[in-house]
Design a protein around this ligand. Structure first.
Ligand code: ZN
Length: 242
């Protein structure tokens, strides 16, 4: 009788453990890209860092700071600034696993443009970036966050907005930039910065150090979307992936 009881308990235990394994596996398969997402994700949180208005004199410096923490970011570049002088910078971004996106050709309000002019703003810049970096960029950041349903429906996106605006262009103060990030940060956030201001570059090391302490991983927008299982669509805009 005792033996039978023990056998039943063992069988029940096996079923219980098996059941747990199966359910945890299915959660794992659902949320994680097994090839690209790190294994030790249990206490890691992800955010995307974005830099607008480049390329510029600080692009490479920003990559060097990101590398210190093994982080990456997305650089939304302005077509009219793209020329041979920045070929090295663009290659440096790509080589170091960061991402390049499109910020229009002449930094105009998208909502003021006709469909034809918008296509030129976006797709000509894509071609220029491909010429200089070898990578055809997909993501689009509308200057000033200027977007409406008409622009979305043209389908030249995905259009990437933000939920943390550091206002770095306005304050030009490293401490204020840091406070804006740390007070508003949450998993799935997209942070907006501008790579052309020295005070922004100067704020970066301290911010990334704090985020590391808080167990955040800082990645490009495309990686963030992938990690949160979001399939980006060309006719949609995104403020975050929460
Ligand atoms: Zn801009």
């Amino acid at each position: 009788m005792k033996k039978v009881l023990m056998s039943i308990i063992i069988i029940l235990l096996v079923i219980k453990v098996g059941g747990n394994l199966e359910s945890s596996n299915s959660i794992y398969a659902k949320n994680i890209d097994l090839e690209e997402r790190p294994n030790n994700i249990s206490n890691l949180k992800y955010v995307a860092l974005t830099f607008d208005d480049g390329p510029g004199d600080y692009t490479k410096d920003i990559i060097d700071i990101l590398n210190k923490y093994d982080y990456s970011a997305t650089f939304f570049m302005v077509g009219s600034k793209l020329n041979e002088n920045y070929r090295d910078s663009l290659e440096y971004v790509v080589e170091n696993n960061s991402e390049i996106g499109v910020h229009g050709y002449s930094h105009k309000f998208f909502t003021n443009l006709s469909k034809e002019k918008l296509e030129i703003e976006i797709n000509n810049t894509r071609v220029l970036i491909e010429d200089l970096s070898g990578v055809y960029p997909r993501l689009v950041r509308p200057p000033y966050g200027s977007i409406n349903n008409k622009i979305r429906n043209y389908g030249y996106g995905p259009y990437i907005l933000w939920d943390i605006d550091t206002l770095d262009w306005k304050y030009k103060n490293s401490q204020k930039i840091e406070n804006k990030v740390l007070e508003n940060i949450g998993p799935g956030s997209i942070i907006l910065m501008h790579e052309i201001h020295k005070t922004t570059v100067d704020s970066l090391d301290s911010i990334l150090n704090e985020l590391k302490e808080m167990n955040y991983e800082v990645v490009s927008v495309s990686k963030l979307a992938k990690y949160y299982n979001i399939e980006l669509e060309d006719n949609k805009s995104y403020r975050n992936f929460k």
